[in-house]
Ligand binder design. Sequence first.
Ligand code: GUN
Length: 301
Amino acid sequence: MTATRLDGKLFAGRVRERVADEVTKLKSEQGITPGLAVVLVGEDPASQVYVRSKGKQTIEAGMNSYEHKLDEQTSEADLLSLIDRLNNDAAVHGILVQLPLPKHMNETAVINAIAPAKDVDGFHISNVGRLNTSQKSMVPCTPLGCLLMLRDHHGDLSGLNAVVIGRSNIVGKPMAQLLLNESCTVTIAHSRTKDLPDVIGRADIVVAAVGRPEMIQGDWLKKGATVIDVGINRIEVQNADGTVKNRLVGDVDYASAEKIAGAITPVPGGVGPMTIACLLANTITACCRANGIEPPKDLGV
Ligand code: GUN
């Protein structure tokens, strides 16, 4: 039997609708419009695309979007001074500084200058520490998106064996911590892990975030496992006429995996669209907390 395809595009649309409902409620019942500030330094083309998309979806959800585009040569002091202004602006509930930053800037210092309560990326050291000690925190968007999809598919995750492949600060580590907080038994695998197929073969849940195209093979999986593929890799494939085209693939070999898995996210159209949807969800969470309102449970942890 072929695996259920977990449609992230569809699910992200549902999350955005829930966010828009919450915005309507906050406006009509509290007179509050949630606001998200996105800061872009320089002209990295991929970052420009992301920032445009974030701004568009923020406005579509009924929130205020504040875009700050700074010159590549902007000094770190000027960026920190903008962050300080945004930290103290009551109309701004979430702040995101698009990464990567130009080389002359200290990314860690910049991230840690954002007020933790407005850190909708969940990258601030205080939010990392809070997540790791099971305290109320802001949670990184991509792992949050994976968790919402897993909860939607499984309901209770408690007691399941989860293997996260990849140990990055942005995806692997927070993902593992979120799954641990859901009472999964969690293994973090990485490039030095011995006998990876054997480790993956014991998992009820596999989250792949290694950045290696189609590395994880279907016959490594336990039958019926749920596979969340965070990888977005561009590979070159040859057409019949010998010309070459680009194709997006995940970290999992989808064709072989869908024959063994119980459920799997495709690439594209899986986890990808969930990241911005969760950024909007985090802005709602931050806005509610700033105003002493309990945030909606289904949009966070
Ligand atoms: N650059 C690529 N992805 C992200 C993200 O999730 N947050 C930020 N701040 N920058 C990014």
